[in-house]
Every structure is written in structure tokens, then in C-alpha cells.
Design a protein around this ligand. Structure first.
Ligand SMILES: Nc1ncnc2c1ncn2[C@@H]1O[C@H](COP(=O)(O)OP(=O)(O)OP(=O)(O)O)[C@@H](O)[C@H]1O
Length: 245
């Protein structure tokens, strides 16, 4: 489904991505990890058309993405979350979802008053577990609920591939658990790539993991193999231990 080959991204002479090959199959829940500055967010920026690579190709279902504008890539079925929130606080939960879902509808349909909740929006509400809060303004949501709403807004757009940037950052233990279950659920009918630093979360919910380091793929494999790899311990776990100290 997603095939990245020979990818290079250069910022003012600095090689943020230095020759990445990555294949993600349909229906995978793939975790991307790596120390700060490894190139994880840059990789997602390239897939979504925000950053143009100096070299390489990104093929999605056989279509080359490099050179396409962001909105075209969204229409091809790729959705992402950002580290900063995109929720409209004054609008209700369901209105936020409706707005996200409506991006495919023509303007006339957008201007028409909403007559009840569409099946897409209802399904997204249920998936993210916010049905009871549907009519509340998004501004009153807890941090975790807000993150779920953002994921719901992506799902409502009907993407095939979801790219999530640190979805459990700042969440409580319960919220992390709920998010892990949510990702597992979403991965049943979507391909999902998750950037995540939290090792405990990874141990619980990841199967396939790709470790990036200094703009290259350091190791790839199942979570146990990746964790046991001395190179990963050196660059990633070693560093987290220092951070924790
Ligand atoms: N627009 C930019 N201009 C210049 N340098 C950039 C730009 N964006 C990213 N970089 C640099 O590229 C490298 C990779 O950054 P990136 O944000 O992709 O890392 P990351 O793995 O996502 O790290 P983090 O975990 O801190 O988010 C970093 O050294 C960063 O400073």
C-alpha cells in the first residue's frame, strides 16, 4: 500500500532524511519510533505533501505522491493528525465531526442546514467513544477526549491510511489504554502509522516497529526483536534511561 524508496530530505544542507526505504502493507498498524530529530515527523510531512524530498519516491496504492499538493493527497485517502490541535472549541463534538466529514461534499451541501447526524459521523462518534458528549462544545473536552475527537475527525473523512503523531502524548494511564484499544479497533479497517515515544505503550499495542535514527531506518521488526536489538538500546532506550535519570 505505501512504498517509500530512496527518500532524502535536505534542509539548508542538513540531511534530515538520508535514504529511507519503508514498506507498509494494507491493514498494518505500524509504529515509528526513534530519538528526537530522527526524522519521524519529517517522514510524515513528506508522505502528506507538506515537505518536498530532494530525492526518492513515495507510492501509495501505486500512485506517486511526490509532487502532489497536500489536498490532493488527502483526497487520495491519506489523513494525519498534527502535534497541535485542529479542533474548533466553540463547535460541538458532533459539529466538528460533521465539518470534517463534509470536506468531500460540494459547497451547496455544506451550506444547507444539517438535518440530523450522518451515518459516517455517528459511526465515528461511536468508534471514539464520545457519543454521550456529542452535543457538548469541544472546548470542554479533556485532553484525551480531544485527541480522540481529532482521530474521529480523520476517520470521518474516510481515509485508507492514517498517520498519527504521538497520539498518547500528555495522556493519563487510562486514556492511553483507551487510545491503544481505539488504534487496534481502527486498524481493523484502516492502515495506521503511529509515531510514538512511549515504550510501555509500544510493548502493549505495537506489533511491527520501525526505528529511525539520524534520518535512516536503524532496525525494523516485531516489538520484542526491536527492543532486544543492541543498536536500538544504544540510540533509543539508552537515551530514555538517561532522560529518566
Ligand atoms: N523545516 C525545517 N527546517 C530545518 N530543519 C528542520 C525542519 N524540520 C525538521 N528539521 C530538522 O530535521 C531533523 C528531523 O526532524 P523531525 O522533526 O522529523 O524529527 P522527529 O524524529 O520527528 O523528532 P521529534 O521526536 O523531536 O519530533 C531535526 O534535526 C530537525 O531539527
Amino acid at each position: 500500500m505505501l512504498e517509500i524508496r530512496g527518500l532524502e530530505v535536505v534542509f539548508d544542507g542538513f540531511r534530515a532524511i538520508d535514504g529511507i526505504d519503508l514498506t507498509v502493507d494494507q491493514g498494518e498498524l505500524r509504529f515509528l519510533i526513534g530519538p528526537n530529530g530522527a526524522g519521524k515527523t519529517t517522514l510524515i510531512d513528506v508522505i502528506t505533501g507538506l515537505t518536498r524530498p530532494a530525492a526518492g519516491s513515495v507510492r501509495f496504492g501505486g500512485t506517486e505522491l511526490v509532487g502532489h499538493k497536500e489536498h490532493k493527497i488527502v483526497r487520495l485517502g491519506i489523513g494525519r493528525t498534527f502535534q497541535t490541535s485542529v479542533v474548533f472549541e466553540e463547535l460541538s463534538v458532533v459539529e466538528n465531526l460533521d465539518l470534517a466529514a463534509s470536506f468531500r461534499r460540494p459547497l451547496a451541501a455544506l451550506l444547507r442546514q444539517r438535518r440530523g447526524v450522518s451515518d459516517t459521523v455517528r459511526a465515528a462518534l461511536e468508534t471514539i467513544g464520545l457519543t454521550d458528549l456529542a452535543e457538548r462544545p469541544a472546548g470542554v473536552l479533556s485532553h484525551g477526549q480531544r485527541q480522540w475527537l481529532e482521530i474521529g475527525m480523520l476517520i470521518a473523512q474516510g481515509p485508507k491510511l492514517l498517520l498519527l503523531d504521538e497520539p498518547v502524548a500528555g495522556m493519563s494511564k487510562d486514556e492511553r489504554e483507551r487510545t491503544g484499544e481505539l488504534l487496534t479497533e481502527i486498524a481493523k479497517d484502516h492502515t495506521v502509522i503511529v509515531i510514538e515515544h512511549d515504550m510501555e505503550f509500544l510493548r502493549r499495542y505495537a506489533s511491527q516497529v520501525t526505528v529511525l535514527h539520524e534520518g535512516t531506518v536503524l532496525v525494523e521488526g516485531d516489538v520484542a526483536a526491536v527492543q532486544a536489538d543492541p543498536r536500538v538500546q544504544e540510540v533509543y532506550l539508552g537515551r530514555s534511561r538517561e532522560d529518566a535519570a
